[in-house]
Design a protein around this ligand. Structure first.
Ligand code: ATP
Length: 233
């Protein structure tokens, strides 16, 4: 497997505030990486920086060897990277199906289509004409995942899928993840539940205060080492 995504010495800023301080990481084709860290560690900023959604960035983010920094978000999606943002961020005035169709605007070839998304989440077919805001939190998360899949990405960035959802709904969504990544799609998975994140990934990166505190295979470190990196102790 070759490196799809190579991030080197990435710094990210919101105005004068620096959220990332020299982050480096690699994602290989088909690999699922967990990105863990305490609140405010910079996980969402890292995902948004990859997608071109943070204006202040320095360093290098290369996709298949080509630099992404400086490229507009729509061009980045068109190259095969899709974000499922924290808090879902659906288009509230649009129906379920319209939200999904918007995700397919870039029209990359691949296995994902409305049909495939409805097969993955049958409830969305039932609700396809409903306003996205009328759905439960779990159903909205399914729309957000489906919208990202519709662009047929090679790398999907999943930001806190379980935020605000009931445990049974979280279990249901996670049970379907292998059907997504099983087709060879790489993923970076941000998750507050560290056990769940590490259990779903073959590699992890732990951020603390905008820096990589620990990285490797989940089995390579004991719980104490991971916990110390997580809490910055
Ligand atoms: P959480 O789990 O709480 O979402 P996170 O690890 O995803 O945390 P980020 O959301 O990336 O962390 O935030 C990293 C730092 O950047 C935090 O100190 C946060 O307050 C700050 N930050 C995030 N977004 C903005 C913004 N739009 N403007 C200013 N500061 C921001």
């Amino acid at each position: 497997m070759s490196d799809l995504l190579e991030i080197d010495d990435l710094h990210a800023f919101y105005g004068d505030f620096q959220a990332l301080h020299g982050v480096s990481l690699r994602v290989r084709a088909g690999e699922v990486q967990a990105l863990i860290g305490a609140n405010g560690a910079g996980k969402s900023t890292l995902l948004k920086s990859i997608c071109g959604l943070v204006a202040g960035r320095q360093g290098s983010v290369r996709w298949r060897g080509a630099e992404l920094l400086g490229q507009a978000p729509n061009r980045i999606v068109a190259q095969g990277i899709a974000l499922v943002p924290e808090g879902r961020r659906l288009f509230p005035s649009l129906s379920v199906e319209e939200n999904l169709i918007l995700g397919g605007q870039v029209a990359r070839p691949g296995p994902w289509s409305l049909r495939a998304v409805y097969d993955l989440f049958p409830i969305l077919q039932e609700k396809r004409a409903a306003p996205s805001t009328s759905l439960s939190g779990g159903q909205q998360q399914m729309v957000s995942i489906g919208r990202a899949l519709m662009s047929n990405p090679e790398l999907i960035l999943l930001d806190e899928l379980s935020l605000g959802l009931a445990p049974i709904v979280i279990k249901d969504i996670y049970a379907r993840l292998p059907r997504i990544t099983g087709q060879g799609m790489a993923a970076i998975l941000v998750e507050q539940d560290v056990t769940r994140a590490l259990g779903s990934a073959s590699a992890f990166v732990c951020l603390a205060e905008g820096r990589v505190a620990l990285a490797g295979a989940p089995g390579a470190f004991g719980r104490e080492a991971i916990s110390a990196a997580y809490f910055g102790t």
